[in-house]
Write a protein that binds this ligand. Structure first.
Ligand code: NAG
Ligand code: NAG
Ligand code: NAG
Ligand code: NAG
Ligand code: NAG
Ligand code: NAG
Ligand code: NAG
Ligand code: NAG
Ligand code: NAG
Ligand code: NAG
Ligand code: NAG
Length: 551
């Protein structure tokens, strides 16, 4: 008997051929990008968000307590530059970011930031209105990237979208659930749809984990750079970089209450929580998001705080990312699951719970047994009450056009220099101190132990390129930058500004039929793109009333 098998077209694959600019990922940068891009290419800009809250560190990574520059630089002769004050001037801020923060204001009276508010409210009231009528595919992760015959252009991206079945299945932590997000198969929890985005013109790499870099076989670096800050000879260190954190919310109750026992075991190797040189009260008010207290030094009943504390829920015993060869293996066997270390995520979840119980126990007598983990899925958006996604301080980082890498010499200097290196191809500005959270058991090269005074800096277009893929725009933590530069660029307002610039860059490239992002470095394009970017975010610094550069 002759059997003829007709290849069946899987009806669950949806082909989407009208997204010319595809933003992959929902980081704070990606959020900035879809807002600016949608102003020009509304129906043809699409975004893939892995969770149901767009905004990355601002929302899904549970840190709606944005970090602004706080430092001052002083030369040996005492010439002083107050970077914090310069950064906080309105004409140096991204106006839309300021507008979003003003929606709720500083409901937490926190001291880490000028504006701390409850993550779920920030998402629904400040973020969602900005992305109304844009094309966001929620609960969607990427699985595969296809390129044209040259290998230099991404033409198609396959993704998996999940729909919750609303069943009574038991709650799973991210470390258990993540493989399900990336599986095309339905599960007891989700039904899945495979989405195939074809006919792509340009792609913005806006993931938290640098997934497009790996899936497109683009050159990238990860972790520590062993030799020196600008070294691109190796891939970086595949086991050492920065610690990551799984955030959660706590509330202070009026009277002592019992809590259910810790549902999780201690992380492998135990914990060593500490307040360092700070106090319980300081940690409470640091990232507090809701309070009736009058100022940041008083604690009040019903306060809500975000826990994201170096000596507490930072997890630094294992690196978050798989080694490049293990990540490639996931890709090449079509088993892509983000290229991340699930053991590290699991231990970080245990670390977070462990820290909560420790913190509760350490409360001063007045607050004994009154600190509770907020077990409300409407406030955390999850059934396990931890953040939807880990708070990341680093990603895989692109190697840019002609090996470009933004290095430390372009952002550091003396106070009297006033600002960092003025790149001709600057696309936005940013400020923050070099701030990296060490991992346990990693030896940091000696150059990492030096102090680098960080000036108000500029971010160039070339940081948003990749040397291998012509139509890829890496943004935020995936930009072409050194490990050290990333530690000063990774914060909310800077990421948002980068994204706003990238949305303009992407739409300009689409509308002008450019073949590569590097083509935009030609003067005829560069000045036009910069003048459009300026409508969204500053590309010059204003310091003591003068603009640098004055253009
Ligand atoms: C592909 O995109 C081009 C614009 O770049 C558009 O004109 C064309 O209709 C698209 N093709 C399909 C099949 O949608
Ligand atoms: C800088 O200021 C410090 C403390 O105010 C002072 O001790 C020192 O002499 C000053 N140095 C110079 C070079 O003025
Ligand atoms: C979203 O847009 C629709 C139609 O344009 C409007 O009716 C609605 O109020 C908007 N929602 C928000 C949250 O801005
Ligand atoms: C999906 O289901 C197919 C057929 O049952 C199975 O072969 C495959 O391993 C499953 N894939 C995953 C990622 O679970
Ligand atoms: C990835 O790129 C490298 C060169 O950087 C090349 O040797 C290798 O064959 C490529 N792999 C795939 C799967 O395209
Ligand atoms: C650092 O970047 C600047 C500007 O791009 C470049 O001129 C310099 O060569 C770089 N330094 C190192 C050590 O890579
Ligand atoms: C815990 O941390 C403290 C302070 O950093 C250190 O002195 C101590 O050795 C650590 N203990 C363990 C078991 O790691
Ligand atoms: C925040 O605090 C105010 C009182 O200061 C209270 O009215 C409000 O309900 C609180 N919000 C949340 C989300 O707990
Ligand atoms: C903060 O408020 C408390 C009481 O509400 C008051 O005692 C304290 O002086 C205030 N602190 C500051 C710095 O205003
Ligand atoms: C806090 O609760 C624990 C466990 O219920 C109890 O043993 C302890 O005495 C309580 N402490 C205070 C100060 O209420
Ligand atoms: C990464 O750093 C660790 C500890 O600092 C070191 O032992 C290891 O050799 C480094 N790995 C690479 C690939 O450089």
């Amino acid at each position: 008997m002759l059997l003829i098998t007709i290849p069946s077209i899987d009806s669950s694959i949806r082909i989407i051929d009208d997204c010319q600019l595809l933003i992959v990922g929902g980081t704070t940068s990606a959020l900035g990008a879809i807002i600016s891009a949608s102003k020009f290419l509304n129906s043809r800009t699409c975004l893939l968000e892995p969770t149901d809250w767009i905004g990355g560190q601002l929302t899904a990574e549970l840190l709606s307590a944005p970090d602004f520059a706080w430092h001052t630089i002083r030369d040996t002769d005492n010439f002083t530059l107050n970077v914090r004050a310069i950064d906080q001037q309105l004409n140096n801020q991204n106006p839309l970011f300021s507008e979003m923060l003003a929606v709720l204001g500083n409901t937490g009276g926190c001291h880490v930031s000028p504006s701390c508010s409850t993550p779920s409210l920030f998402h629904s009231q400040a973020v969602l209105p900005q992305v109304n009528n844009t094309r966001i595919y929620y609960n969607t992760v990427i699985k595969r990237v296809k390129k044209d015959a040259s290998g230099r252009r991404i033409t198609q991206i396959d993704a998996i979208q999940r729909t919750s079945r609303q069943t009574e299945e038991r709650c799973r932590f991210l470390s258990e659930e993540l493989p399900d997000w990336y599986s095309p198969n339905d599960s007891a929890w989700f039904t899945k749809t495979e989405l195939s985005f074809t006919n792509l013109s340009f792609v913005i790499e806006g993931t938290s984990w640098g997934e497009v870099l790996v899936l497109s076989n683009a050159s990238y670096l990860q972790g520590l750079m062993e030799q020196f800050d600008g070294d691109i000879s190796g891939i970086g260190n595949s086991t050492c970089g920065q610690a990551f954190t799984i955030g959660f919310l706590e509330q202070l109750r009026e009277i002592p209450v019992d809590e259910p026992p810790n549902p999780l075991p201690e992380p492998t190797g135990g914990t060593n929580h500490s307040f360092g040189r700070y106090t319980w009260e300081w940690v409470w008010t640091d990232r507090r998001v809701n309070t009736s207290a009058l100022n940041s030094s008083t604690i009040a009943v019903n306060d809500i705080t975000i826990q994201n504390w170096g000596g507490g829920n930072d997890y630094g015993k294992e690196f978050f990312y798989l080694s490049p060869s293990d990540a490639q293996h996931q890709r090449d066997t079509n088993h892509w699951e983000g290229g991340v270390n699930l053991n590290a995520i699991q231990n970080a979840e245990r670390q977070a719970y462990s820290y909560h119980y420790w913190y509760r126990e350490k409360a001063p007598a007045q607050w004994a047994n009154r600190t509770v983990l907020i077990r409300s899925s409407s406030l955390t958006g999850t059934c396990h009450y931890l953040a939807k996604l880990p708070y990341m301080r680093e990603s895989r980082r692109s190697i840019g056009y002609q090996n470009f890498l933004m290095n430390i010499t372009t952002i550091r200097g003396r106070a009297r220099d006033l600002h960092g290196y003025i790149f001709d191809d600057r696309m936005c500005i940013g400020a923050y101190d070099a701030d990296f959270h060490r991992m346990a058991k990693c030896t940091y090269p000696s150059y990492m132990n030096k102090y680098y005074p960080i000036l108000p800096y500029y971010i160039p277009l070339r940081a948003m390129t990749n040397r291998d893929i012509d139509n890829l725009i890496p943004i935020g933590k995936t930009m072409a930058q050194s490990f050290l530069v990333n530690s000063a660029v990774r914060l909310h307002p800077v990421e948002f500004s980068i994204g706003q610039a990238a949305g303009v860059i992407g739409t300009y490239a689409v509308q002008n039929n450019l073949l590569s992002i590097a083509e935009m470095l030609k003067e005829e394009h560069l000045s036009r793109v910069q003048s459009i970017v300026k409508q969204f975010t500053p590309i010059s610094w204003t310091i003591d009333g003068k603009r640098y550069p004055d253009d």
